[in-house]
Design a protein around this ligand. Structure first.
Ligand code: FES
Ligand code: FE
Length: 375
């Protein structure tokens, strides 16, 4: 059974915000890339972005470029986008389709969708050359709820262990079956942790999101995950509203098998380190954070809906998308402002309120991953 705790009940008194250099330092950012993004499972998109064998997308993390490609058996594979000959990037477009072979644009070595080197012109002239020694370097990949996650570690923690608290937790929403109805990318001048923090508290909601709190009162926020790398919980949708949208009325079908109390709830989770997931009665909203620099993050926001709704010729998600794009922009303005503030020489850690009980936990997850916290 899932238990809800009032936000204030999970607060550790005396918690303070991180020191400024955690938001501004190039060396801390480089450590985060190495020890968090290159050593753990993180989200790189949705499996539905690759409907057909040969479809690929490129994702970047730190200085790495990764190819995610669907193979002939329907499985998505992940490889470093690095030719095994002299290292040229194999795919230069951010997405595309290859028919059976990934071919290097330099000397035309060709790789199967499963990574094996299948052609290498004139290399038969080289004594001892064995194509089997030159498959693409692969990256561990897992699919969870229709999301693709990769792990660049040479010895990745088994996905089922790392994500144990989340396996089957959200099955009511049938997220793997949902289809993207819209997507907006934002390029923001702020640190990725500021975005994760902002998402994980509603202390700011009454001042920043007046339209949202009318429909979903800030005081109803609760936590059902509040320890470790995954944190969040539900908020109530007020009885007179059926959707968190501009109209407040549900016009699209309920997703999956959502029923009972969950028809009047919206859930918000931060899934460490880079997925912000919101489960609502009529849609699922996913923000994927792509850290670019200490003060720069790209955010890819996608709205997922019941597949039968998206398939309709007159499908129109704008009531929901415009509303949440507005909420996003209300947040982004403050997140960018905070980045400027924490960069000031005058900034020192401030006290968290009890309404922000998840934020010290996020900080601990970051510090633990960086090896800056021993407990
Ligand atoms: Fe790719 Fe030469 S660098 S074939
Ligand atoms: Fe907000």
């Amino acid at each position: 059974m899932v238990l809800f705790y009032k936000t204030t009940d999970t607060f550790q008194q005396g918690s303070k915000t991180l020191a400024g250099h955690y938001y501004t330092s190039e060396s801390i950012f480089a450590e985060e890339v190495e020890r968090i993004f290159c050593d753990r499972w993180f989200c790189v998109g949705r499996a539905e972005e690759l409907p057909e064998p040969g479809d690929y997308v490129i994702r970047h993390v730190g200085r790495e470029s990764l190819i995610l490609v669907r193979d002939r058996h329907g499985e998505v594979k992940a490889f470093y986008n690095v030719c095994r000959h002299r290292g040229v990037r194999l795919c230069s477009e951010s997405r595309g389709h290859v028919s059976g072979t990934i071919r290097c644009p330099y000397h035309a070595w060709g790789y199967a969708l499963t990574g094996e080197l299948v052609s290498a012109p004139f290399m038969n002239e080289v004594e001892g050359f064995d194509a089997d020694d030159y498959a693409l370097h692969s990256v561990a990949i897992a699919t969870w709820e229709g999301f693709l996650l990769v792990n660049l570690s040479e010895h990745p923690e088994p996905f089922e262990e790392a994500f144990a608290p989340l396996i089957d937790r959200f099955s009511q929403w049938k997220i793997p079956t949902l289809r993207r109805g819209d997507r907006i990318e934002y390029s923001l001048q702020t640190n990725w942790k500021i975005l994760a923090h902002n998402y994980s508290e509603c202390y700011h909601c009454p001042t920043v999101h007046p339209a949202l709190v009318k429909m979903s009162p800030a005081g109803t926020s609760a936590n059902d995950l509040y320890k470790g790398a995954f944190v969040g919980g539900p908020m109530a949708i007020a009885p007179t509203y059926t959707s968190l949208s501009t109209s407040g009325k549900r016009t699209l079908p309920v997703v999956g098998e959502v029923s009972g109390d969950n028809l009047q709830r919206a859930y918000y989770y931060f899934i460490f380190p880079n997925l912000l997931l919101s489960l609502q009665p009529d849609f699922v909203m996913a923000h994927r954070l792509e850290p670019q620099a200490p003060n720069q993050t790209n955010v890819i926001c996608e709205w997922l809906f019941a597949p039968e709704a998206v398939a309709q010729p007159d499908f129109d998600p704008s009531d929901i998308v415009q509303f949440w794009d507005g909420v996003n922009r209300e947040d982004w303005q403050l997140c960018e402002s905070m980045q400027l503030g924490v960069s000031s020489r005058s900034y020192v850690p401030g006290p968290y309120s009890a309404q922000e009980s998840l934020l010290p936990e996020i900080d601990r997850a970051v510090l633990r991953a960086l090896g800056h916290l021993t407990e």
